[in-house]
Design a protein around this ligand. Structure first.
Ligand code: NDP
Ligand code: 2IT
Length: 451
């Protein structure tokens, strides 16, 4: 088949997806990227086509929509939307984070749940895919307001989830504090202490290294990609976006491996610190963001470096870029600037942070490009390890979990090479991750019949 014929098949498929899921642009974007990789593979393996695996995998098994009423500190009633997408359970219970952010809607959570199916399959662990969240904005809310909101959220969600059914975790706006409140309410309603959520506190069923896992994993993935060129992170200049969970621990690991992180950001702007964000400065950021819940601008005021209001860090000269904030945060122009400035490697801690046009720029330039579903799979991998520890009623040491995480990231890298290496030696990690993630789920779906 010619490339034109493949394009036609992709377009025909997307016309149906768009008609069935109107207005869900991020979902269309995520599906299109996967289908572009899969169509040639499926033409070579027609049993997937006959069983309509692609059509089935793009339709959630179940979507739960609910009302979250709660009372703020002024005594006023507030209403938010609650959503849980149970996307695919072919290889294990639904698994994936919860996002609390004012932009959350059905299309964004469906894109995230769809990505999660392939990502979780890549981890080698038995987890299906799901995602959920709310348009609740934790910014500016008191701890008590966040608690009352989380309790109301779980008062509905609890009946749909369980340690063998659906196991949520954190994502944007959901960290240790929120998981604590959600877990407390689940336990109270069910009268059961189980591993129904991951990202729990260390003393109550959480895994060591889970907070670190996504940022560490994305850094290990960058190291693996660089290794294919006989290179490493040592002495590399690294631009990171975001300053939340993923960005913080990516900064820690990059620094530990000898790289220099020169940027971090939040939704208001970015800081540029050419001296590098060392251990002491990172401790300041962790306190600023996790305790004081302040803005990244305050870092520039404290350390006397540049702050660029309303901008993203991709114009800064770097060897490696790690977009660790949110979806579509690198566009085509920014991708071109990164390449012009000599960037050789992009490892995505965030989910779908590069637009399709940006991705094409990386692929044309043949740089090392690790897409989110491979590069950021370390977080959900350690969630999977947390589930195993909960089932065993044991807890592994930091070293044990970190070594398993490193092995998993290496395995994911190998899977990408297996399915993504081209004749000229270039590794198309997008194709590799999409096909590598697909095969296990698709075979399980075939084995389980038309369900
Ligand atoms: P956090 O809430 O801890 O941090 C999010 C960071 O991104 C903040 O600095 C935030 O800035 C910034 N940000 C969020 N939304 C936007 C936006 N619309 N525009 C610009 N900046 C924004 O979330 P995480 O660090 O957990 O998540 C970051 C990314 O990593 C997300 O894409 C998430 O899906 C992905 N991810 C997370 C995993 C995890 O284990 N936590 C696992 C795998 C992927 P501000 O404070 O101003 O909002
Ligand atoms: O996008 C993701 O992989 C996550 N937010 C983590 C999911 C999880 O279940 O740990």
């Amino acid at each position: 088949m010619t490339n034109n014929a493949y394009d036609q098949l992709v377009n025909d498929f997307m016309v149906k997806i768009i008609a069935k899921n109107p207005g869900e642009e991020e979902f269309h974007q995520a599906v299109k990227e996967v289908v572009e990789s899969l169509v040639p593979y499926i033409e070579e393996n027609p049993h997937y086509k006959e069983a309509k695996i692609l059509e089935r995998i793009a339709e959630p098994e179940r979507v739960i929509l609910f009302r979250i009423p709660w009372v703020d500190d002024k005594g006023e009633v507030q209403i938010n939307k609650g959503i849980r997408i149970e996307m695919n359970s072919a290889i294990g219970p639904y698994k994936g984070g919860l996002r609390f952010h004012p932009t959350v809607n059905l299309g964004i959570l469906k894109f995230l749940a769809f990505e999660q199916v392939f990502k979780n399959s890549l981890t080698t662990l038995p987890m299906g895919g799901g995602k959920g969240g709310s348009d609740f904005d934790p910014k500016g809310k008191s701890d008590n307001e966040v608690m009352r909101f989380c309790q109301s959220f779980m008062t509905e969600l609890f009946r749909h989830i369980g340690p063998n059914t659906d196991v949520p975790a954190g994502d944007i706006g959901v960290g240790g504090r929120e998981i604590g409140f959600l877990f407390g309410q689940y336990k109270r309603l069910k009268n059961e202490f189980t591993g129904v959520l991951t990202g729990k506190g260390r003393e109550w069923g959480g895994s060591l290294i889970r907070p670190e896992a996504t940022g560490y994993g994305a850094t290990y993935f960058a190291e693996e990609m660089l290794k294919t060129k006989g290179d490493s992170l040592k002495d590399k200049i690294v631009a990171i976006s975001g300053s939340g969970n993923v960005a913080q621990y990516a900064t820690e690991k990059v620094t530990e491996l000898g790289g220099k992180v020169v940027t971090l950001s939040d939704s208001s702007g970015y800081i540029y610190d050419p001296d590098g964000i060392d251990e002491e400065k990172l401790a300041y950021i962790m306190h600023l963001k996790n305790v004081k819940r302040g803005r990244i601008r305050e870092y520039a005021e404290k350390y006397g470096c540049e702050y660029h209001e309303g901008q993203r860090p991709w114009g800064v000269k770097c060897d490696v870029a790690m977009p660790n904030a949110t979806q579509n945060e690198i566009n085509e122009d920014e991708a071109k600037i990164l390449i012009e400035n000599g960037c050789m490697c992009i490892s995505e801690g965030a989910n779908m942070p590069s637009t399709p046009e940006a991705t094409l720029v990386y692929q044309d330039a043949k740089i090392l490009y690790g897409p989110g579903k491979a590069a950021n799979a370390g977080g959900v991998s350690v969630s999977g390890l947390e589930m195993s520890q909960n089932s065993l009623r044991l807890s592994w040491t930091r070293e044990e979990v970190d070594s398993r995480l490193q092995t998993i990231m290496k395995d994911i890298h190998e899977t990408c090479v297996k399915y993504g290496k081209e004749d000229d030696g270039y590794i198309d990690y997008v194709k590799g991750a999409n096909i590598g993630g697909f095969v296990k789920v698709a075979d399980a779906m075939l084995a389980q019949g038309v369900v």
